[in-house]
Design a protein around this ligand. Sequence first.
Ligand SMILES: Nc1nc2c(ncn2[C@@H]2O[C@H](COP(=O)(O)OP(=O)(O)OP(=O)(O)O)[C@@H](O)[C@H]2O)c(=O)[nH]1
Ligand SMILES: [Mg+2]
Length: 317
Amino acid sequence: MGLFEKIFSSEKKQTLDKGLEKSKTNFFSKLSKAVAGKSKVDDDVLDDLEEILITSDVGVKTTIKIIERIENRVAKEKYLGTDELNQILREEIAGLLSETNVGEATDFDIPKDKKPYVLMVVGVNGVGKTTTIGKLAYQLKNKGLNVVLGAADTFRAAAIDQLQVWADRVDVPIVKQEMGSDPASVAFDTLQSGVNQNADVIIIDTAGRLHNKINLMNELTKVKRVMQKVIGDAPHDVLLVLDGSTGQNAFEQAKQFTAATEVTSLAVTKLDGTAKGGVVIGISDQFKIPVKYIGVGEGIEDLQVFNKYEFVDSFFK
Ligand SMILES: Nc1nc2c(ncn2[C@@H]2O[C@H](COP(=O)(O)OP(=O)(O)OP(=O)(O)O)[C@@H](O)[C@H]2O)c(=O)[nH]1
Ligand SMILES: [Mg+2]
């Protein structure tokens, strides 16, 4: 079975297609200008393509790899028509991403051998952590799993309220304390409560903003250490949430966070309504950490398990 012959759920695909609309319009309007009046993929077309990929937030390193692959193909096949360019981009980018062999999730699921499975969600303020937690809790609950949320972002009262709203909407228990209380203490309580309730999954929300960056990293380290008093190998997953609409900034945040604290998976949000969706291609190519989820809207159903082939298929069509 070829890469693109897999049958994707059509509903999921439609949401993805719609979410990527702006990125695609932006990309293809530039591409069609670049190839106007040209029938063959030549050096000029490749130069333009390089610029288009970079300005579509794919990132310089990944763009260079893509261009090299297309150059090799031109050298081999002698003649490539510009009308084939979409198809070629699809194939070469899918090929490139398949080289970075980081485990890819196929469904909203969690490993069965850890119970409760502890997921800690991190990222700078406003990227979509709390929203992603709400959407994820909804998906996991729909699969019959017992989910418990922990409001360890105690920096703002509104943060606790916002997680409470999601807990009510999804109808899952939440553990919280007063604003300003110790986040590590909230995390500790949440894990204890999760164990007592025989939870399958515990999701811990954390603050994105503290007085400074070092404080934030120290706090995350402390939260982890305290959680381990309840469950020795917690957290089982540290999910870094990145705002895709910030393009290259999302890249920078991923670099800084992964350097400062252990991150085991990524979520890229707000891909709807931005022209910077190409950033997901660069992030999946350059980080050894898998992109697990993508956010394609503000609604409860607008979180998808990221599949690179599906994404490339949707983007280059
Ligand atoms: N369009 C769109 N908006 C999103 C998406 N994910 C989150 N948002 C919105 O982004 C805003 C910030 O989301 P939050 O979940 O509050 O972000 P956060 O990381 O928890 O922020 P802090 O708690 O301040 O650190 C909200 O208005 C969300 O509705 C998405 O995939 N698409
Ligand atoms: Mg939040």
